[in-house]
Design a protein around this ligand. Structure first.
Ligand code: TZP
Ligand code: MG
Length: 219
């Protein structure tokens, strides 16, 4: 996938694991797909997270749903799982294995990296990141160990410095505030709870998608 194709796919990046849902994750993902998500990350984390075979089984079932509709399937943190099931990519943070090592392990798979400042961004880019996740943009209840809220300042800074790598904002994003990420130069938004816990998953996804489609990145 080229950077431009990736940029398009990152518009509405839904992230979810079993702990982010209060009903069957497969139903949640199906409805999110119907609502117009463009990218998916399996992030099995937190209290009560599935392990081993159960984690693998859910990953395979979610991956199957994504495959049917050509939505890239990304695995959070678990590089071995991503390789074992031939996922489309992995997403790692600064606490995970170094970007360069992960790049070596996964070959051409998509590699997303969470970055929180200019220095981390440059290092990740040089080590082979394909896109950045930047946040938390707004306060979030979903990640208990999230870094301080930073708004869209880093997205703006990187764009002002001429860095054109695909970027998604993450943290507390919903239909009413998604436009701020796009206006700052983001290519899309990553969303967990505003979709996974919405009374109507499909409608929530649809309204966020509408917002990102009508608020294009200036680059
Ligand atoms: N990284 C920074 S904030 C966050 C992650 C994984 C959680 C985002 O979840 P939500 O529910 O969309 O605020
Ligand atoms: Mg991580």
């Amino acid at each position: 996938m080229t950077a431009e194709q990736l940029r398009f796919h990152l518009k509405l990046y839904f992230i979810m694991g079993s702990t982010n849902c209060n009903r069957n994750p497969l139903d949640v993902l199906k409805e999110a797909i119907d609502g117009g998500i463009t990218f998916f990350q399996y992030r099995e984390k937190g209290e009560g997270a599935l392990k081993d075979e159960q984690k693998l089984n859910l990953a395979l079932q979610l991956q199957k749903l994504c495959k049917k509709v050509n939505i890239p399937f990304i695995v959070n943190d678990d590089i071995d799982l991503a390789i074992a099931i031939n996922a489309d990519g992995v997403h790692i943070g600064q606490e995970d294995e170094p970007v360069e090592m992960v790049r070596k392990k996964i070959g051409n798979m998509i590699l997303g990296v969470s970055v929180h400042n200019h220095e981390e961004a440059i290092m990740a880019m040089n080590a082979g990141a394909d896109y950045f996740g930047i946040g938390p943009i707004f306060p979030t209840q979903t990640k208990t160990d999230a870094k301080p809220v930073q708004g869209v300042s880093l997205i703006k800074e990187l764009r002002d410095k001429g860095i054109s790598i695909p970027i998604v904002g993450i943290g507390g994003i919903h239909a009413e505030n998604a436009h701020t990420v796009m206006e700052a130069g983001g290519d899309g938004v990553s969303v967990i709870s505003a979709i996974s816990l919405a009374p109507s998953v499909k409608e929530a996804a649809r309204s966020i998608r509408k917002s990102v489609d009508t608020n294009h990145s200036p680059i």
